[in-house]
Ligand binder design. Structure first.
Ligand SMILES: Cc1cc2nc3c(=O)[nH]c(=O)nc-3n(C[C@H](O)[C@H](O)[C@H](O)COP(=O)(O)OP(=O)(O)OC[C@H]3O[C@@H](n4cnc5c(N)ncnc54)[C@H](O)[C@@H]3O)c2cc1C
Length: 405
């Protein structure tokens, strides 16, 4: 472990109004309480607190944008170095997941179907199982985890950690039905017919947003979200152009470099990059080049064709150069955001989605269809693990109140 976490915990000032928790963390992790328990060597209790607040704590310690959240809000960071809480959280929460013996809770007599096993679905399944519900998770892919398994590369998030959640759910009595798409042969109506008292939808955003430019259907052009599902299935070549500059683009670039590509260039439309600064730095450390101000026009037989932006002094795009910039490369990967697939909406009359395919829910997480709840990216659009958990926590409260448990 790079950081000496015991020394690190001693630097915490135990602020009464802890900004790391109140302002920094979307799930308000009780950081001072956890650090206090850790200092007292009460690792199990600290793990319990973290898990009860956020079952995905072990994942969040690895993939959250800590400097944009808890560590960025730490008062110690104002004059020096913030407390490296992510390392402390990593130690506590992975130890807890490894050591704690999970067991089914006494039954409350209710049955819940969870569609999708990403962070939102796992959170809901675990919390409702702990409340005594009989939970069945329906997952269209072979493995659980959603983006954690099929998006974020394993050099950032070990698959062993993701699969640990399968055991946790199993120990809690959750049934998992892999390779089962709801909205295919089975529909939400079938779940309700079979007596589930509530249904939770956490299906994420798995439809790549296309650019709508000529050349997108060429054989050497891929969407980032599809490429990351199984990078080894793509002959990536030596030179790769990545279109877009969000976190997905950074993961694509770093994965392509690990697959043997020598020249990987990330093209951003403007000087604003939506990826976190850490992810940009890691992509550059790995050898990717980032080029700003390139608006893609088409993809021809050689590669992408851009218009080059002209910036003013404030870095705003004020126009484009007349001459087109033709780039030659082996592979183009488009990483320009995602939206929700429409299988569920098309097969369920009462579900209402907006024009991006995202489900509309009320303040309790209930969709326009009574007894059907939703949370995570399928509600918010592409976001983050911790935001999916925050949204899922609200839906859990909504489902429990709806079920009267
Ligand atoms: C490449 C990439 C990198 C990212 N990196 C980070 C990061 O570093 N840090 C961070 O915090 N966030 C990151 N994110 C975002 C984060 O992973 C997502 O916000 C989060 O996973 C959303 O969780 P979810 O449960 O809503 O959806 P998902 O994780 O998308 O899970 C949805 C699940 O539903 C399943 N499903 C879909 N439709 C059906 C159906 N009809 N029937 C049955 N199952 C279905 C899917 O197979 C999937 O398993 C990243 C996203 C991507 C794409």
């Amino acid at each position: 472990m790079g950081v000496h976490i015991v020394e690190e915990s001693k630097r915490c000032l135990m602020c009464k109004r802890a900004m790391c928790q109140l302002k920094g963390c979307p799930v308000q992790t009780p950081i001072p309480q956890v650090i206090e328990l850790f200092r007292e060597r009460k690792i199990d209790e600290a793990g319990e607190v973290l898990f009860a607040n956020n079952p995905m704590s072990a994942v969040c310690s690895a993939v959250c944008n800590h400097m944009g959240q808890c560590e960025g809000a730490c008062i110690q960071g104002k004059k020096g170095t913030p407390i490296h809480f992510s390392s402390i959280e990593d130690y506590i929460s992975t130890t807890y997941l490894e050591r704690h013996e999970f067991a089914p809770a006494p039954s409350c007599g209710k049955r819940v179907a969870v569609i999708g096993s990403g962070p939102a679905g796992i959170t809901v399944a675990i919390k409702l199982a702990q409340a005594g519900c009989a939970v069945t998770v329906f997952e269209q892919r072979a493995e659980i985890g959603g983006v954690l398994e099929y998006g974020i590369p394993d050099f950032r998030l070990p698959r062993t950690l993701v699969q640990r959640y399968r055991k946790v759910m199993c120990d809690l009595g959750v049934r998992v039905r892999p390779s089962t798409t709801i909205g295919g042969a089975l529909r939400i109506d079938d779940l309700l017919r079979d007596g589930y008292d509530a249904v939770f939808v956490g299906t994420g955003t798995w439809r790549a947003r296309k650019l709508g430019i000529p050349g997108e259907t060429r054989g050497n052009v891929f969407f980032g979200i599809d490429y990351l599902v199984d990078p080894s299935s793509v002959a990536i070549g030596q030179s790769v152009a990545v279109i877009g500059a969000g976190n997905v683009a950074m993961d694509v670039a770093r994965t392509a470099l690990r697959q043997g590509a020598r020249n990987v260039t990330i093209y951003a439309r403007s000087k604003h990059v939506s990826a976190s600064s850490d992810e940009v730095e890691f992509a550059q450390l790995d050898g990717a080049e980032l080029v700003y101000g390139k608006a893609i026009q088409e993809i021809d037989g050689n590669g992408p064709v851009f218009r080059t932006a002209i910036f003013d002094e404030g870095d705003a795009v004020v126009g484009y150069e007349d001459e087109l910039d033709h780039v030659s490369c082996d592979t183009v990967v488009i990483a320009a955001s995602q939206q929700a697939k429409d299988k569920l909406v098309l097969t369920t009359d009462a579900l209402v989605a907006n024009d991006r395919g995202l489900l509309e829910v009320d303040e309790n997480g209930m969709t326009m269809m009574p007894s059907v709840f939703a949370a995570g990216d399928v509600v918010s659009g592409p976001s983050t693990v911790v935001h999916a958990v925050a949204c899922a926590n609200r839906a859990v409260a909504g489902i429990m109140s709806y079920l009267g448990i």
